[in-house]
Design a protein around this ligand. Structure first.
Ligand SMILES: [Zn+2]
Length: 167
């Protein structure tokens, strides 16, 4: 047994656990993490910890608080991840909507110019190829696409009729 009057409080330089070390021993082994330490380093570490900042940090990370702290950090992390997912989703939705609108406009332009084959090809692109369909009015876009195609095909047929009559 070591003499109690030589025991002083120290901190394991490896894991930070509070230790009682004997001044009689030059070195010891941390009973928490099993790392060897030099006694004067472990005591020096304890002294360094006495400044206010480290005391506060020590208080926050005390065993009483660590559960709450973990919960709090977990909640913040979840919030950040949720926001990122939402922003990404909104952006993807926007891109998909832009793509459909652009295809629609270009198809309509070709239609007005009488370029019916090109118009039909463009109209085919007004198609949902993403998972966002349900969120940007899949049915609405699908019916817009059908109406446009019907309109172009009708005009194309009339044009062909006209060509046949003049031949
Ligand atoms: Zn240790």
């Amino acid at each position: 047994m070591k003499d109690d009057k030589f025991l002083v409080s120290a901190v394991c330089p490896h894991c930070g656990a509070n230790l009682e070390v004997s001044l009689e021993e030059e070195a010891g082994i941390c009973k928490f993490c099993g790392s060897p330490f030099v006694t004067k380093n472990a005591i020096g570490y304890e002294r360094k910890k006495k400044n206010l900042f480290l005391k506060i940090v020590d208080r926050i990370f005390s065993e009483d608080n660590i559960g709450m702290l973990g919960l709090f950090l977990g909640m913040i992390l979840m919030l950040v991840v949720s926001i990122l997912v939402l922003v990404g989703f909104e952006k993807a939705k926007e891109n998909e909507q832009d793509r459909l609108q652009t295809a629609y406009n270009e198809a309509y332009e070709y239609y007005q110019e009488g370029e019916y084959d090109k118009a039909l090809m463009k109209a085919e692109e007004i198609y949902m190829d993403s998972d966002y369909g349900d969120f940007i009015g899949k049915l609405e876009w699908s019916s817009k696409r059908k109406k446009l195609i019907r309109m172009i095909e009708k005009a194309k047929k009339q044009q062909e009729e006209l060509v046949r009559q003049t031949e």
